[in-house]
Design a binder for this molecule. Structure first.
Ligand code: PBG
Length: 343
């Protein structure tokens, strides 16, 4: 054996030189910050963020939400200022959710059809002041119904087709107010096709549909229901229309159906507990896919951080990056302004 043969890559010499790892040391690329940055596979940018904003009636006011530290409900004039802030930070789009005056809520959510309801007034005001930001509006009926369900309640049943007919009209009203993207979160069957037809027939061919295609019957929506004032109203649960958290194939069927009906983009909701769904959807359909890091997910991180149990900022960054790694093109998150400031 000559001197040179010692350095050759024969299994025998490898074992003697580096017995423990066999020279396979993955830590080499992790040894320094520059090197970790060099091999980093996924990045979060401000372009990945969609900011959900809560609306309320009144003027020049905002109200803190107890279970969502740092999140407020805003009157329309205030929401305009938040939209300006979002645009300044480079956030591409906001998603609005109204807390409707209880006196305006009824069995069928009829106020959703009013061109001058809170959500439509906010859209018009924001569009006028901040035309460069995208506005995403939800057409589900839950903020407008006296029972907090996403559809029309008749004899103890959330009726599908009548609800679809109504939300298609509400969607046209939202588009007329200036919404760029309609995002139906109600999980009624056939809603995407009906909304697409209604938009097209009314000249809104350029208004997109971001479908909450896979929305699960989740416990993580608690703080949101408080924010829009449906928490105390909701009778029963939403299991007859949202997907069972045990199911994954069914989520694929929902997404496929919505895409066939004309959805431009998909949302998975909630977020972190459903990253497997994000991954399957992205792998299967290769369309723009988003996750909604919902109110309960935000509340958990904030609450643990407030107790000093976790580092809140690092948990925020890590959770948002996890969405990118799973295949998300973007994330609806209450952390949007905080994250954008950090970026
Ligand atoms: C209902 C709707 C929900 C959310 C947004 N729209 C869920 C619900 O209350 O059933 C949840 C958002 C969140 O928790 O952050 N259409």
């Amino acid at each position: 054996m000559n001197k040179f043969s010692r350095t050759m890559n024969s299994p025998a010499t490898r074992r003697s030189v580096d017995e423990i790892t066999g020279s396979r040391r993955l830590r080499r690329t992790r040894k320094a910050d520059w090197s970790r940055r060099l091999v980093r596979e996924n990045h979060l940018t401000v372009d990945d963020l969609i900011w959900p904003l809560f609306l309320m009636e009144g003027e020049n006011r905002q109200e803190p939400l107890e279970a969502m530290p740092g999140v407020m409900r805003h009157t329309v004039d205030h929401a305009v200022r938040q939209a300006e802030r979002a645009a300044r930070l480079g956030i591409p789009a906001i998603a609005t959710f109204p807390n409707i005056d209880p006196a305006r809520r009824d069995e069928t959510g009829s106020h959703s059809l009013d061109p001058d309801n809170l959500i439509n007034r906010a859209t018009r005001a924001i569009k006028e002041a901040v035309p460069e930001i995208g506005i995403i509006t939800d057409v589900a009926l839950d903020p407008f119904t006296s029972h907090g369900h996403d559809g029309i309640l008749r004899d103890g049943e959330i009726v599908n087709d009548e609800t679809v007919a109504q939300i298609a009209v509400a969607a046209v009203g939202q588009a007329a107010a200036g919404a760029d993207i309609i995002a139906p979160s109600d999980m009624m069957d056939g809603r995407i096709g009906a909304i697409r037809d209604a938009l097209d027939q009314n000249g809104f061919q350029n208004v997109a549909i971001m479908s909450y295609a896979t929305k699960f019957a989740s416990a993580f929506y608690g703080p949101y229901r408080e924010a829009i004032g449906t928490g105390g109203l909701l009778k029963g649960d939403k299991k007859t229309y949202y997907i069972d958290p045990a199911n994954s194939d069914e989520a694929l069927r929902e997404a496929e159906q919505d895409l066939l009906e004309g959805a431009d983009m998909l949302i998975v909701k909630p977020g972190l507990p459903y990253l497997d769904i994000v991954h399957r959807l992205k792998d299967t359909f290769a369309v723009p896919t988003f996750a909604y890091q919902v109110s309960g997910e935000y509340a958990m991180i904030k609450a643990a951080a407030a107790n000093g149990w976790i580092d809140g900022e690092r948990a925020m960054v890590e959770s948002l990056l996890a969405f990118k790694r799973a295949g998300c093109d973007g994330i609806l998150t209450y952390f949007a302004p905080e994250m954008a400031e950090l970026l």
